[in-house]
Write a protein of this length. Structure first.
Length: 205
């Protein structure tokens, strides 16, 4: 039984680490600040599946262990003892296998957590600058006056870019490829805003 306990402890620690990663990743999401909520929810669902699989194994083991301890306390026969030892050996082997399997998701989800942590600091200045550019562009359009040719087309472009920013803020984006980058998407909106501003007339002195 001690051997089985020694084998189950690393799996229990792996569960604890997965639970911690789930809490950390969830804490980054859903604040309307541009963190990739949709992709994060997908990651959390995958993480939860890995966690629940390990939890089920630990739960079954706990029940089996309790049954064996009960039987041992009430003097089971030799054959019963032999079956109990075989069962414990089986659980020790399965626990070691599941612990090894948990290493990969722990590594992958730790990488996601680290990426979100970095994004938490790198994104805000880019996001603020993009919103400032949108405000300035709208002010420029107001200053250009209603008679400016193409005003309505420029206004529609700015409205569409505002909608894109709201989608980014809400995290309604999917990070599919390795080179997908929320920060760059904000920068792309900023660049498109600059093109709209370049199309506006400038006062001549």
């Amino acid at each position: 039984m001690r051997t089985a306990e020694d084998a189950i402890e690393p799996l229990d620690r792996a569960c604890g680490r997965l639970e911690e990663l789930h809490r950390e990743i969830r804490s980054f999401l859903g604040h309307g600040d541009g963190m990739p909520f949709f992709t994060g929810q997908t990651v959390l669902a995958q993480l939860w599946d890995a966690l629940e699989s390990s939890r089920r194994t630990l739960g079954i083991y706990a029940r089996q262990r309790a049954d064996i301890q009960h039987d041992l306390a009430h003097g089971i026969d030799f054959d019963g003892t032999a079956r109990a030892l075989e069962l414990l050996a089986h659980w020790a082997e399965q626990a070691e296998h599941l612990t090894e399997l948990a290493d990969e998701p722990i590594s992958a989800f730790t990488e996601v957590r680290n990426h979100l942590w970095e994004l938490r600091f790198s994104l805000p200045p880019v996001r603020q600058r993009t919103y400032a550019a949108l405000t300035e562009a709208r002010n420029d359009l107001i200053a250009a006056g209603p008679a400016h040719p193409g005003r309505f087309a420029l206004e529609a472009q700015l409205n569409a870019l505002g909608d894109r920013l709201r989608d980014l803020d809400a995290g309604r984006v999917e990070l599919v490829n390795d080179d997908d980058d929320v920060t760059r998407w904000y920068q792309e909106v900023e660049g498109q805003i600059a093109k709209v501003r370049d199309a506006m007339p400038r006062p001549s002195f």
